[in-house]
Design a protein around this ligand. Structure first.
Ligand SMILES: [Zn+2]
Length: 137
């Protein structure tokens, strides 16, 4: 019935290299790391994505993510770090149980994000801003 891999890790039914655990949050190493020491910070309650997670839990998750990031910086001495979250298949989400990634970065790691930055045409930028502003409640 419950096939979510992160829910199984939360219940300790699936193996994971856990680095932090509280009543509401668990953090463990990504088995396919961008760099070694790449951690996933996961709320124990199943939420599909960033918009689905209860706001109080999100606050707590952000605090724990910062704690984990500090520990990665202190223990691994990377040159930098990325914190990110993929939401939706189009954005590269593969496990539909919300989580933050924290990955150490090194000057020599030679990652290349393939991105196509767009240019707004005249008036388009204010149009997009207006649409978003109107939807903020
Ligand atoms: Zn889950």
């Amino acid at each position: 019935m419950d096939e979510c891999i992160f829910c199984r890790i939360v219940k300790h039914e699936a193996p994971a290299e856990v680095v932090f655990e509280s009543d509401s949050i668990i953090a463990f190493l990504d088995i396919n790391p961008l760099n070694f020491g790449h951690v996933l910070v996961v709320p124990k309650v199943h939420s599909n994505d960033f918009l689905d997670i209860p706001i109080d839990l999100l606050d707590e998750l952000v605090h724990v993510t910062r704690k984990i990031t500090k520990a990665i910086v202190d223990s691994l001495s990377p040159d930098g770090f990325n914190i990110f979250s993929n939401n939706g298949k189009a954005a590269g989400q593969s496990v539909f149980h919300f989580h933050f990634h924290v990955t150490p970065r090194y000057k020599s790691d030679n990652f290349k994000f393939i991105i196509n930055l767009k240019k707004y045409k005249d008036g388009e930028m204010s149009n997009y801003a207006q649409r978003i502003r109107r939807s903020i409640s």
